[in-house]
Design a protein around this ligand. Sequence first.
Ligand SMILES: [Ca+2]
Length: 256
Amino acid sequence: MPLIRRALLALCCLMLAAPVAFGADSYRVIRVYPHDPNAFIQGFCFSHGHLYESDGLYGQSTLREDDLQTGQPIKEIHLPDQYFAEGLAPWGNELIQLTWKAHIGFVYNRKTFQLLRTFHYDYQGWGLTQDGHSLIESDGSNKLRYLNPNTFKVERILYVTYHGKPVTNLNELEYINGKIYSNVWMTNRIAIISPQTGNVLQWIDLTGILPLPEERGDNAVLNGIAWNPATHQLLVTGKLWPKIFQIEVIPGKPGK
Ligand SMILES: [Ca+2]
């Protein structure tokens, strides 16, 4: 099939898939961008208008600045093979990257990717974001730890629940307009969480946003939320996904 027809078909499938999907009242696709299909994305964020991602797997972990138009890295460094990179968050002119089980975090100069310092933590590193005061970190449970961005000491733990039950497998995070957005590992859902109570206020179900033929196995799940506060651009993607989706969240039902 000619490339243009395949592209049109994919676009039609995308337009048809979103309205019929569960929770379709909660989001709308605005634009689709390319993403490196070999990137096992674990962290995704904007800083100063630039887009960054942290990619995992042992022997393949990277820190990248992305070119949104091409899906290719503008800048990239590879981590030593023993590190499985995880969450990524900006802090001032620095980028902070977690590792999964190595209990070490890396602090980089945002512009040069020079490693400035490291820090230690006792728990698993999954997702990372920040609210302007603290770093917020997930570890795969329903706990969100608030860390001092200078000392990396835990200052508060938020327990995330929905109708009184723990919401576990919290993964990639993004702080947007006073709420915490979290991927839930191995699902197509994003939880919108109250930082005050830990309650899930709304679910966004993105089932069907990536056409089925483009999915690449059980681990290639939705993961990655990036918000540009200057442009109000909200991007989502997944592990080994060939696409990044710009979406608009439509406030609606409290979720199911
Ligand atoms: Ca993020």
